[in-house]
Design a protein around this ligand. Structure first.
Ligand code: ASP
Length: 419
């Protein structure tokens, strides 16, 4: 099923993405001028908007996946889609890590850097799988309601796929009832998503004002080169590597794809959460890029949870930065260990703000970097993490949409990114 709406018409200032850009700019300036008191006063607008987005994630993912899987039909079709999706995730994340490795080895931001004096921040408590086996086990929910309540996205996705497959195998009559119900519910969720997105300019204003109103400038100066390295790497992956993949693998014009993805990109940037952005991504990829629900419902929810290019790049570059600050020279084998664990850490990272920094400890551990000095450096990295998190989240979301477009093309879908 594919629902296509007309692109925004009318003067530019009536278009949502321009309104969001304006809100970002105004929020940024107002936050910087008004400082913390202003951030406290308007921050709740951002919180309210993110709560509205989170409110729709679970029902949207469930209905979207069940509807999508039911439309795939055969198990051979499902297997093919799954292999392509997995192949794309691994390829794009590996390329991102390669870019991170290149930037951090060329710029060497940690060599001679002094982190002393930068006040550390406290890491949020997040559930992170300790090993690959742990990750696999955590995908199987012992209680679906609990998985939805948490929400535990991988478990919810697995259940939705299995339920969709089971529903497809039913005899004609009950199958029509089940799929009809889920399709209707999915369309209702998409309508709700569109309504909530109209509030984006207000929410984005509050979110950005809070960022600029509460960030001290000193920490940013001490870690300037490190920030430049990460921002440069993430920017390179977003504006060079992924567009090249679009051209080579999908024969798709990247400029059109960027234009179609403006809303999710600005949303990912403002919320720093791939999960909160997922409703907006699903809507844009289906209604603007033109990917079918069959493909997008498979690639996007899974992608928001496990395919994080920006985070993978960050894990690798961040750990090598810590090693450089400590003067620890990592051998080629150790760098390879970092590459592999960075990929696994990005898969295990939750799609919420700062998750990338929480899982960096897994990668640090893999090359025996631990202790109070390491904790102090990571604390300093956290103090300036928000803008970097915004950039890597936008990259994470964009990579999912690139994957959906490429896979849709390879499945013979037409009209992708043509308007
Ligand atoms: N905030 C990122 C996301 O939601 C994850 C990270 O911290 O890297 O995609």
């Amino acid at each position: 099923m594919r629902c296509v709406s007309a692109p925004d018409a009318g003067p530019w200032y009536r278009r949502l993405h321009w309104q969001i850009f304006a809100a970002m700019l105004l929020g940024g300036i107002a936050g910087a001028l008004g400082g913390e008191p202003f951030a406290d006063r308007v921050g709740w607008l951002g919180t309210l908007f993110v709560r509205l987005l989170k409110m729709i994630i679970v029902p949207l993912v469930l209905t979207s996946i069940v509807t999508g899987v039911a439309s795939i039909g055969s198990s051979a079709g499902l297997g093919r889609l799954f292999s392509k999706t997995l192949g794309y995730y691994i390829l794009s994340s590996a390329l991102a890590i390669g870019v991170g490795l290149l930037f951090v080895n060329l710029i060497r931001p940690g060599v001679g850097a002094s982190i002393g004096g930068v006040e550390g921040a406290t890491l949020p408590e997040l559930d992170t799988p300790d090993s690959v086996v742990d990750l696999i086990l955590s995908m199987v929910p012992v209680n679906v309601i609990e998985a939805a309540a948490k929400p535990d996205m991988l478990a919810l996705i697995l259940f939705s796929i299995l339920f969709g497959v089971a529903a497809t195998g039913l005899p004609e009559e009950p199958r029509r009832h089940v799929t009809g119900f889920f399709e209707g519910a999915f369309q209702a969720m998409m309508r709700l998503t569109s309504g909530i997105i109209r509030l984006a300019p207000i929410g984005v204003f509050g979110l950005i004002a809070r960022v600029t109103g509460t960030s001290g400038i000193e920490a940013f100066q001490a870690l300037g080169l490190y920030m430049l390295t990460i921002a440069g790497g993430v920017g390179f992956h977003l504006f060079v590597t992924l567009p090249v993949l679009l051209i080579v693998l999908g024969r798709i014009n990247p400029r059109i794809h960027f234009r179609n993805m403006l809303e999710p990109l600005t949303m990912a940037f403002s919320t720093a959460s791939s999960a909160a952005t997922l409703p907006v991504t699903l809507r844009a990829v289906e209604e603007r890029v033109g990917v079918s629900n069959r493909t997008s419902s498979f690639v996007l929810p899974l992608g928001a949870t496990v395919n994080m290019d920006g985070t993978a790049l960050y894990e690798c570059a961040g750990v090598l930065f810590v090693a450089q600050v400590l003067g620890a020279d990592l051998s080629a084998t150790q760098q390879l260990v970092v590459v592999v664990t960075a990929l696994l850490a990005s898969i295990g990272a939750a799609a919420v703000p700062s998750a990338g920094l929480v899982v960096i400890f897994l990668v640090l551990e893999s090359v025996n970097l631990r202790g109070p000095e390491v904790d102090a450096i990571v604390g300093a990295m956290l103090a300036i993490d928000r803008p970097l998190d915004m950039a890597r989240t936008a990259t994470n979301v964009f990579s999912d949409s690139v994957g959906a477009a490429i896979i849709a093309r390879s499945e013979g879908e037409t009209g992708i990114d043509e308007v």
